[in-house]
Design a protein around this ligand. Structure first.
Ligand SMILES: Nc1nc2c(ncn2[C@@H]2O[C@H](COP(=O)(O)OP(=O)(O)OP(=O)(O)O)[C@@H](O)[C@H]2O)c(=O)[nH]1
Ligand SMILES: [Mg+2]
Ligand SMILES: [Zn+2]
Length: 293
C-alpha cells in the first residue's frame, strides 16, 4: 500500500497523487459502510490494482484537519470566497453563510469581489469597508482589467486553498490568470437570467508554481447552516467578539437588555447588514430545531 492525496473526484472515481503518478481509484466498500465519503484533499492509503494502468483502491483515509461539505474538500487552510459585484447579482446572505461555515472550520478566509470592471454603482465602496470592518481580508479583482491578480497570487502562495462561490462569478477565470497552464474551462453567464451555467462540475486541486495548492470547485447557490447550534452561531460573526453584554457569553444578541452587540449596531460600529444576516440565520436555525422535535 502507498500513501497519496486525492486531487480530484468525479462520479465515484478518486484521482490519487502518490508522487509517483496519479492513480484512478474506487473507494473500498468498508468506507461506504462506515459512511465516510472520501473528499478531495484527503490524505489516503491506496492499494494498487494495476501498476501499468495506474488503477487502485482507496483503503483508508487519514484524519482531516478541516472539512467542508460545500464545496466538498478536506485539509485546506485557506478559503477564498469569491462573489461577483454583479452578473450574477450579489447575494450577501449566501456570502455570510459561507463565512459562518468557514469560521466554524477555523479557516483563514479572504473575500474576493470579482467583475469590479462592471461596478458602475460603486457597490465596492460600501462592501469593502463593511467586510474589512469585520476583520476580513478583501480583494477586489477584475480579470478584464487585470486588477489585483498579484495580490491573489500572494495570498495563495505556499498554502492549500479553496476557491468557493456561486456559479458564474469567475472562479475558474481568475485561476486561469493566476497560472496560464491551468487552462480551466469557463462559461458565459446567461444573458436573460444573469446566472452562471455550472461550468465547473467537480472539485480539483492544482499545484501552484509558488508552492502550495489551490482547488477550483463547482458553484453553489444555497448553503444550509441548520446543523449549527443557536448559541454557537454568534461565535462565527467574528466582529461581535469585541463587545461585552450584560449576560456575557449567554447573550445571543437578540432581545437581551444591555447587549453590547445591539448597541454597536445602533452606533454604526457593527454593520446593520451583517446583524440582519445574523438574525436571519438565527431564526432559520431556531425554526429548524422546532420542527425537529
Ligand atoms: N466583466 C467581467 N467578466 C468576468 C470577469 N471574470 C470572469 N468573467 C466572466 O464571467 C463568466 C463566468 O466565469 P467562470 O470563470 O466560468 O465562472 P465560475 O465561477 O468558474 O463558474 P462555475 O464554474 O459555473 O462555478 C465568464 O464569461 C467570464 O468571462 C471579470 O473580472 N469581469
Ligand atoms: Mg468554474
Ligand atoms: Zn449581546
Amino acid at each position: 500500500m502507498i500513501d497519496g492525496q486525492i486531487i480530484k473526484a468525479i462520479s465515484g472515481f478518486y484521482y490519487v497523487d502518490t508522487g509517483k503518478g496519479i492513480y484512478e481509484c474506487r473507494g473500498r466498500g468498508i468506507l461506504k459502510k462506515e459512511k465516510v465519503n472520501p473528499l478531495v484533499g484527503d490524505n489516503v492509503k491506496i492499494s494498487i490494482l494495476d501498476e501499468e494502468e495506474k488503477k487502485g483502491i482507496v483503503e483508508e483515509i487519514y484524519e482531516r484537519t478541516t472539512e467542508l461539505i460545500r464545496p466538498p474538500i478536506a485539509n485546506v487552510d485557506k478559503a477564498l470566497i469569491v462573489f461577483a459585484i454583479k452578473e450574477p447579482s450579489l447575494n450577501l446572505s449566501l456570502l455570510d453563510r459561507f463565512l459562518v461555515l468557514a469560521e466554524r472550520e477555523g479557516l483563514d478566509t479572504t473575500i474576493i469581489f470579482t467583475k469590479v470592471d462592471l461596478d458602475d454603482e460603486r457597490t465596492l465602496d460600501v462592501l469593502k469597508p463593511m467586510y474589512e470592518g469585520c476583520g476580513y481580508h478583501v480583494i477586489p479583482v477584475s480579470t478584464v482589467d487585470n486588477l489585483n491578480i498579484d495580490e491573489v497570487k500572494e495570498t495563495l502562495s505556499g498554502s492549500v486553498s479553496v476557491f468557493a462561490g456561486p456559479s458564474g462569478v469567475g472562479k475558474s477565470s481568475l485561476l486561469n490568470e493566476i497560472d496560464e497552464n491551468f487552462k480551466l474551462q469557463t462559461g458565459q453567464v446567461s444573458e436573460k437570467i444573469k446566472r452562471g451555467r455550472h461550468t465547473t462540475r467537480h472539485t480539483e486541486l492544482h499545484k501552484l508554481e509558488t508552492g502550495g495548492m489551490v482547488a477550483d470547485t463547482a458553484g453553489f447557490s444555497s448553503l444550509s447552516v441548520d446543523d449549527i447550534d443557536e448559541e454557537e452561531l454568534k461565535e462565527y460573526f467574528i466582529e461581535f467578539e469585541d463587545y461585552d453584554c450584560k449576560f456575557g457569553g449567554r447573550c445571543i444578541h437578540e432581545n437581551e437588555p444591555k447587549c453590547g452587540v445591539k448597541e454597536a449596531v445602533e452606533a454604526g460600529e457593527i454593520s446593520q447588514q451583517r446583524y440582519k444576516s445574523y438574525l436571519q440565520l438565527l431564526h432559520e436555525i431556531r425554526e429548524h430545531n422546532t420542527r425537529k422535535y
